[in-house]
Design a protein around this ligand. Structure first.
Ligand SMILES: CC(C)[C@H](C(=O)O)[C@@H](O)C(=O)O
Ligand code: SF4
Length: 468
């Protein structure tokens, strides 16, 4: 018998039932809920007179729509659509008795930052949320993925999910990262290599020395973008760093339960003789600080490169690249470092954690935003914000000319007042650069927090290695 992958092990531990055609019923350990994809699901429960099956395993927080400015408890400051969604979540959380972090609670933030922070996300769990970046929680060795609104209703009602098993893909990052190269560069470089469809039909396990060397926060950044690589989920086997991160968090197990959990968590790795359906290997030494030039997360190049020409591509990508370049307002052949930016956004569930803010602040310390560039730092949670303030990072950002905001998804997607103006170009630490993503006509270049900070200082895309 061949061994099992980490994915196989978690899957088997949660399998409730399997039909002839391979359709399975999985038990769900944690259900995270935000205001955008849940209103109809709760409405469905109401209409059929059902309760939430496991309110103690259901955690809700508003993040996408909420303004990131002071006074946001006053819903009059929101657009009508946002207000309706946030108020629906307030009411649903109360009516159905689930865990809830409203905007007035310091623990509020982006759902994928709040879950790990509060110890809801634990190794070996199944974690779902009506949100594609649920993959983030895979950093703990949890099987975590996005679900649609009808599935949100199903999980609320039954604490189970109907699923078909994906294939196993291994992404190994060997060796050590060079200075200035970060978890964000790893995850973008993987997508640059495999494309946005490279992971379709797979659950990815990231492994190798460079992944082991990452902090838990870095691992979350890597897994966060598994979805941009097309995968169902991204996973990293838990290790001492994982256990250390989890220990003592409000909802982590304690005492004898901790010991029992730890004993199981230590079995959560892929066996040496496990079968992989696809393997991708990248040497960490070959990864440079990268940026995206186009409107797909796979449009990744080392910062030392030049803007490509449509003819550099093949098939459907030729037209896609032409359209991208047109939307992005870029000319083939220009150096990436000649691209001027109007705005810098540091935040999101990809890079809105404390280490991200520390890394950006280290570059910005004693420096100023380039003339004419606006900058916004949006901590991923109220607790990240409080920690940053305790360390004086807010002062560094403010002295550099950045706005220091309250927690939320903010500019990452244009569902709240933080948006780019048409044509405005932004160096962003988020995960998607689609047309209009940060506001209609807005142009997004994805990169790491240190690269975004470097662009903030010079006013153009910049190789951070030249600043340090
Ligand atoms: C609004 C939500 C459904 C969406 C997602 O699923 O990812 C958002 O979080 C995003 O990042 O685009
Ligand atoms: S920060 Fe961005 S990517 Fe993350 S959940 Fe919010 S909108 Fe989605």
């Amino acid at each position: 018998m061949t061994g099992k992958t980490l994915y196989d092990k978690i899957w088997d531990a949660h399998l409730v039932d399997q039909a002839e055609d391979g359709t399975c019923l999985l038990y769900i350990d944690r259900h995270l809920v935000h205001e955008v994809t849940s209103p109809q699901a709760f409405e469905g429960l109401r209409m059929s007179g059902r309760k939430v099956h496991s309110p103690d395993k259901t955690i809700a927080v508003p993040d996408h729509n909420v303004p990131t400015t002071e006074g946001r408890e006053n819903v009059a400051n929101m657009t009508e659509e946002s207000r309706i969604q946030v108020q629906a979540l307030d009411k649903n959380a109360r009516d159905f008795g689930i865990h809830y972090y409203p905007v007035s609670d310091v623990r509020q933030g982006i759902v994928h930052i709040v879950g790990p922070e509060q110890g809801w996300t634990l190794p070996g769990m199944t974690v779902v949320c009506g949100d594609s970046h649920t993959a983030t929680h895979g950093a703990f060795g949890a099987l975590a993925h996005g679900i649609g609104t009808s599935e949100v209703e199903h999980v609320l009602a039954t604490q189970t999910l109907i699923q078909k098993k994906s294939k196993n893909m291994k992404v190994e990052i060997t060796g050590k990262l060079a200075p200035g190269v970060t978890a964000k560069d790893i995850t973008l470089a993987v997508i640059g290599k495999t494309g946005t469809a490279g992971g379709t039909g797979y659950v990815i396990e990231y492994c190798g020395e460079a992944i082991r060397d990452l902090s838990m926060e870095g691992r979350m950044t890597v897994c966060n973008m598994a979805i941009e690589g097309g995968a169902r989920a991204g996973l990293i086997a838990p290790d001492e760093k994982t256990f250390e991160y989890v220990k003592g968090r409000p909802h982590a197990p304690k005492g004898a339960q901790w010991e029992a959990a730890l004993a199981w968590w230590k079995t959560l790795y892929s066996d040496d003789d496990a079968h992989w359906d696809k393997v991708v290997t990248i040497a960490a030494e070959d990864i440079a600080p990268v940026v995206t030039w186009g409107t797909s997360p796979e449009d990744v190049l080392p910062i030392t490169g030049t803007v490509p020409a449509p003819e550099d591509f093949a098939g459907g990508k030729v037209d896609a690249a032409r359209r991208s370049l047109d939307y992005m307002g870029l000319e083939p052949g220009m150096a990436l470092t000649d691209i001027k930016v109007d705005a810098v956004f540091i935040g999101s569930c990809t890079n809105g954690r404390i280490e991200d803010l520390r890394a950006a602040a280290a570059i910005l310390k004693g420096k100023k935003l380039a003339p004419g560039v606006r900058g916004m730092v949006v901590p991923g949670s109220g607790l990240v914000r409080a920690q940053a303030e305790e360390e004086g990072l807010d002062v560094i950002f403010k002295e550099a000319g950045f706005e220091w905001r309250l927690a939320g998804c903010s500019m990452c997607l244009g569902m709240n007042p933080d948006q780019l103006a048409p044509g405005e170009r932004c160096a962003a630490t988020s995960n998607r650069n689609f047309e209009g993503r940060m506001g209609r006509g807005g142009r997004t270049h994805l990169m790491s927090p240190v690269m975004a900070a470097a662009a903030a200082v010079t006013g153009h895309l910049t190789d951070v290695r030249e600043l340090t």
